[in-house]
Design a protein around this ligand. Structure first.
Ligand SMILES: *[C@@H]1O[C@H](CO)[C@@H](O)[C@H](O)[C@H]1NC(C)=O
Ligand SMILES: *[C@@H]1O[C@H](CO)[C@@H](O)[C@H](O)[C@H]1NC(C)=O
Ligand SMILES: *[C@@H]1O[C@H](CO)[C@@H](O)[C@H](O)[C@H]1NC(C)=O
Ligand SMILES: *[C@@H]1O[C@H](CO)[C@@H](O)[C@H](O)[C@H]1NC(C)=O
Ligand SMILES: *[C@@H]1O[C@H](CO)[C@@H](O)[C@H](O)[C@H]1NC(C)=O
Ligand SMILES: *[C@@H]1O[C@H](CO)[C@@H](O)[C@H](O)[C@H]1NC(C)=O
Ligand SMILES: *[C@@H]1O[C@H](CO)[C@@H](O)[C@H](O)[C@H]1NC(C)=O
Ligand SMILES: *[C@@H]1O[C@H](CO)[C@@H](O)[C@H](O)[C@H]1NC(C)=O
Ligand SMILES: *[C@@H]1O[C@H](CO)[C@@H](O)[C@H](O)[C@H]1NC(C)=O
Length: 529
C-alpha cells in the first residue's frame, strides 16, 4: 500500500501541539449510534448509544450567556484545546459571558462507537450522523457544575464555530437544524465536496513566492519529461531516481508523489510562529538558493545528462543549483519515506479484516464515501504548469478507497453538496476565508465565483495579509487563520497578531454580538424562520 497522498491536506489542519498548555477535564455524553433509522445505508440499524467526549471552559460563563461550541472536526478533540484556551472562541466567551465547549466528532479521538473498528461498523460514520450528534448534544447537554442552568438550545443560544471540514459542518448545522443552532461561524468551511480537487494547488501556485513556484514547476516538468516522454527508458528512470537519492528504483508514481511532499507545508503556515510551520519558506529558500547548500554526491553528477535528455540546457548554472539544492533538501526524508512504506505494507497484512482506529482511517473513509478531495496532477488544465507530476492520476490518489475499504464507487458527494456547495448561504452563518488557502476553491470564496455582499446576517470575509506582515514573508490568509490566538502571557509580552487578523476577530465578536441581540429581542428560543 502506498502512503496517502499529502495526507489529503486536511490533517493536521494546524500544528497546535506547541500551544496545548491548557488542558480540560474530559466528560462523556451519550448519543445514539444511529440517528437515522429511516435510511437504508445504515442497515442493519442500531439502537445502542455510545460516548462522545467533550470539554468545556466555564471561566467566562455567566447566566444568560451563550454556548459556543467548537466542532472538533477530523481529529482527536484534545488537539483543539488551544482553540478553547485562546483565539476567537475565547474572545467570544469573554465578550458575552459564554461557555466555550469542544465536542469530539464520532469515530475520532476516543469517540468511537465500537471497541473494534471494522469495515462493517464504520458505516455509522457520515456527515449527517455527526451533524445529528451535535444537534442532539445541543438539545440534551447538562454541564457538570452548571446543572442549575438550562443550557440546552431551547433556553440558551448556541453558536457553532468550526474550521475546514468542521467549518462546513457548522454551516450545515445551522441550515439543517435552524431551531437548534442560533448562528455559526464557518472558517475555511469546505461546503463543496469535490472528487477531483486538483485546484488544491492553485492558491500555492498563485500566492507562493514567484521564484520558488517557478523552480518547482521547472523541476516537475523536467522529471515528467524523463518519465513520460521517455516512458520506455527504464535506465533513464533509474538514473533520475538515483540522482534524487533512491539508489534502488521505486515505482515512478510513488517517486513523483514523494517529490510533491513539501507542498503540504504550505497549508501548515500560520501567522503565529508558535502554531504555524516555517517549512514552506525553508523549502523555497533551499530550492532558489544560488550557492550549493549540500555536499554534492556522486549521484548528483548524473544531473547534466538527465537535463540534456529532457531537453534542458545542462550548462544552466541556476537550474543546476536549484535542482541540486532540492535534491539535498529532499534527501533527508528519503530514508524515512522508505521505512514508512515498508511499515505500511506490513500493517496492511496485519490488519486485514479490521481497521485501525485513527483519524487518518476515519477521514479516509469520509473521503471515500462522501467528500472526495483527491488531488491529482494529471487533470490540471494544459495551460497551467503544474506543481506536481501529471503521472499522479485520480485513480492513484483515490487508491486508498479500494485498498482499505473495498470501495470501488465514487464518493456520493451529493450527501454534502445538497446543502448548497459553493453557493451555500444561510442567515446568521458567517463565511470566513483566506485568500491563499489551498481549500479556498471548495468554499464559497472560491476563485472565479461572483463576490458576495457581506452583511451582519451573512458576513462574507476573505482574509488577505500582505507578505510583509506575515513572519515567513509569504502572502497569507491560509487555513482558518481567525481561529487561533495568542495566550495572555504572550499578549503581556507585547506580542500581537497581524492587525488584519486582530481586526477580523474584532469583527466576528461584533457581528456575533448582533446575533445574540436578536436572540434577546425574540425572547429567545423562538424558531426564527
Ligand atoms: C467515558 O466513557 C468511556 C467509555 O466509552 C470510558 O472508558 C471513560 O472512562 C469515560 N470517561 C469519563 C470521564 O467518564
Ligand atoms: C430520514 O429522516 C430525516 C429527518 O430526520 C430526513 O431528512 C430524511 O429525508 C429521511 N430520509 C428518508 C429516506 O426518508
Ligand atoms: C430497535 O428498536 C425498535 C423499536 O423498539 C425495534 O423495532 C428494533 O427491532 C430495534 N432494532 C435493533 C437492531 O435492536
Ligand atoms: C535511455 O537513455 C540513456 C541515457 O540517455 C541512453 O543512453 C539510452 O540510449 C536510452 N535507451 C533507449 C532504449 O532509448
Ligand atoms: C543523501 O544523504 C546520505 C547521507 O545522509 C548520503 O550518503 C547520500 O549520498 C545523499 N544522497 C544524495 C542524492 O544527496
Ligand atoms: C506504479 O504504481 C501505479 C499506481 O499504483 C501503477 O498504476 C503503475 O503501474 C506502477 N508502475 C509500475 C512500473 O509498476
Ligand atoms: C534549507 O532547509 C532546511 C530544512 O528545513 C533548513 O534548516 C535550512 O535553513 C534551509 N536553508 C536555507 C538556506 O534556507
Ligand atoms: C555512487 O557511489 C556508490 C557507492 O559509494 C556506488 O555504489 C555507485 O555506483 C556510485 N554511483 C555512480 C553513478 O557513480
Ligand atoms: C536557467 O534556468 C533558470 C531556472 O529554471 C531559468 O529561469 C533561466 O531562464 C535559464 N537561463 C537560460 C539562459 O536559459
Amino acid at each position: 500500500m502506498r502512503l496517502s497522498h499529502l495526507s489529503l491536506g486536511l490533517l493536521p489542519a494546524l500544528l497546535p501541539q506547541a500551544l496545548a498548555t491548557t488542558t480540560y477535564k474530559t466528560h462523556n455524553f451519550s448519543a445514539p449510534i444511529d440517528h437515522f433509522h429511516n435510511e437504508t445505508r445504515y442497515e442493519p440499524h442500531s439502537n445502542s448509544s455510545f460516548n462522545l467526549r467533550y470539554w468545556f471552559d466555564p471561566q467566562y460563563y455567566k447566566p444568560g450567556g451563550p454556548v459556543i461550541v467548537i466542532a472538533a472536526g477530523e481529529t482527536d478533540g484534545t488537539d483543539r484545546f488551544p482553540f478553547l484556551s485562546q483565539g476567537i472562541v475565547t474572545q467570544l466567551a469573554k465578550a458575552y459571558n459564554g461557555l466555550g465547549v469542544i465536542l469530539e466528532h464520532r469515530y475520532y479521538g476516543e469517540s468511537f462507537p465500537f471497541a473494534d473498528l471494522t469495515l462493517k461498523n464504520i458505516r455509522f460514520l457520515s456527515t449527517e450522523q455527526s451533524l445529528a450528534d451535535y444537534a442532539y448534544f445541543a438539545q440534551h447537554a447538562v454541564f457538570p457544575g452548571l446543572e442549575e442552568h438550562d443550557l440546552t438550545a431551547s433556553a440558551t443560544p448556541w453558536i457553532a464555530y468550526g474550521g475546514s471540514y468542521a467549518g462546513a459542518q457548522v454551516a450545515f448545522l445551522r441550515k439543517v437544524y435552524p431551531e437548534i443552532f442560533w448562528g455559526a461561524v464557518s472558517s475555511s468551511g469546505v461546503t463543496a465536496a469535490i472528487i477531483d480537487y486538483w485546484a488544491y494547488f492553485e492558491p500555492i501556485r498563485n500566492f507562493g513566492p514567484a521564484q520558488c513556484i517557478d523552480a518547482i514547476q521547472t523541476r516537475v516538468d523536467f522529471v515528467d519529461r524523463i518519465l513520460i516522454d521517455h516512458a520506455e527508458n527504464e535506465t533513464l528512470h533509474a538514473q533520475l531516481q538515483a540522482a534524487f537519492g533512491f539508489s534502488t528504483p521505486i515505482n515512478n508514481t510513488d517517486f513523483v508523489n514523494f517529490l510533491s511532499n513539501p507542498l503540504g507545508a504550505f497549508q501548515s503556515r500560520n501567522w503565529d510562529p508558535a502554531v504555524g510551520s516555517y517549512e514552506f519558506r525553508h523549502y523555497c529558500d533551499n530550492i532558489t538558493a544560488a550557492e550549493p547548500l549540500y555536499t554534492p554526491t556522486n549521484y548528483t553528477a548524473l544531473l547534466p545528462g538527465l537535463l540534456e535528455s529532457a531537453g534542458y540546457d545542462k550548462r544552466n548554472k541556476t537550474l543546476l543549483a536549484n535542482l541540486r539544492n532540492e535534491i539535498g533538501y529532499l534527501n533527508s526524508s528519503v530514508q524515512s519515506y522508505l521505512e514508512e512504506q515498508a511499515a505500511a505494507q506490513v500493517s496492511d497484512v496485519a490488519t486485514s479484516g479490521s481497521l485501525s482506529k485513527d483519524s487518518g482511517t476515519s477521514w479516509n473513509y469520509q473521503v471515500c464515501t462522501e467528500w472526495g478531495y483527491f488531488m491529482p496532477g494529471s487533470t490540471v488544465p494544459e495551460d497551467i504548469r503544474p506543481l506536481l507530476s501529471r503521472l499522479i492520476t485520480l485513480e492513484y490518489t483515490s487508491n486508498v478507497c479500494p485498498e482499505t475499504f473495498n470501495i470501488d464507487t465514487a464518493p456520493d458527494v451529493s450527501q454534502v453538496n445538497k446543502h448548497g456547495g459553493l453557493d451555500f448561504s444561510y442567515p446568521r452563518v458567517a463565511i470566513i476565508g483566506g485568500v491563499a488557502d489551498p481549500w479556498r476553491d471548495a468554499t464559497p470564496h472560491a476563485e472565479g465565483l461572483p463576490g458576495r455582499e457581506s452583511s451582519d446576517s451573512e458576513p462574507f470575509i476573505l482574509l488577505d495579509i500582505p507578505a510583509e506582515d506575515v513572519w515567513d514573508g509569504i502572502r497569507g490568509g491560509v487555513h482558518h487563520w481567525d481561529q487561533n490566538g495568542l495566550s495572555e502571557e504572550e499578549v503581556a509580552q507585547g506580542e500581537r497578531p497581524p492587525w488584519l487578523v486582530e481586526e477580523l476577530q474584532e469583527e466576528i465578536v461584533r457581528f456575533v454580538g448582533g446575533w445574540l441581540g436578536e436572540w434577546d429581542q425574540t425572547g429567545g428560543g423562538v424558531a426564527d424562520l
